[in-house]
Design a protein around this ligand. Sequence first.
Ligand SMILES: [Zn+2]
Length: 273
Amino acid sequence: MPELPEVETIRRDLEPLIVGRRIQGVRIHPGAERLAVTDAPRALERALAGRTVEAVGRHGKYLTLRLDDGRWWVMHLRMTGSLVHLPADAPPHRFERARIDLDDGTTLRFNDLRKFGTWHLVDDPVEAMPNAGPDALSDEFTPRWLRERLRGRETPVKAVLLDQSVAAGVGNIYADEACWIAGIDPRTPAGRIGPTRAARLHAAVRETLEESLGDRGSSFSDYRDGLGGEGMHHLLVHVFRREGKPCGRCGHTIVKTRVAGRGTHYCPGCQRR
Ligand SMILES: [Zn+2]
């Protein structure tokens, strides 16, 4: 599932290719009607046609395209979505759900096996993401902010990291990786994380997101960047989907369990409660 580094990689790929481009037409394919959240599919296609893309932004896992009528086209890729820039005559991917034709003869293709992706057309991006907190790479996400979100809570620290109102953009991969980097057992009750460990965890969140971004994200399954290529960071993770393999720090065998309903990977040797 694309998380912050993957969505930011797509944003950086697409920004120079689509800013200033006029949208000639949009087609949401039959069977993909749920993609359009704020309008019926045909109405959304009509509202987008003729608009020019003025900026490509991101908040957490959302892509935010500012249009020349002041509105925002907000996309979420959910489980298996991708947004790929291709020539107009490129054949459609097997799971193409929508196609956007641009005025320079290029296209964007929204591919999505599971069909959980969403498009909102809104006056303000926050309408599409009412529960989103500070972006995990923004200045608003500080050690103090994280410490205050952890304080006094019995819920596992991993569940707090997955809460988009705490750190928008962190998902299952980078929550596991951040806990390993910080040396914290992901099942630890959040309130037991003191100021020093909270600061270490904050730094670990930043570190894992920035390292993955440097590797153009992680392609464990369906993730593709804005040009259709794979990221590299899945080859370099410390614990995620490495159960049964030795920990790179202490040599113990990495295990998989469930925390907050999600598959969770950690090292029992060097991640402390
Ligand atoms: Zn270890």
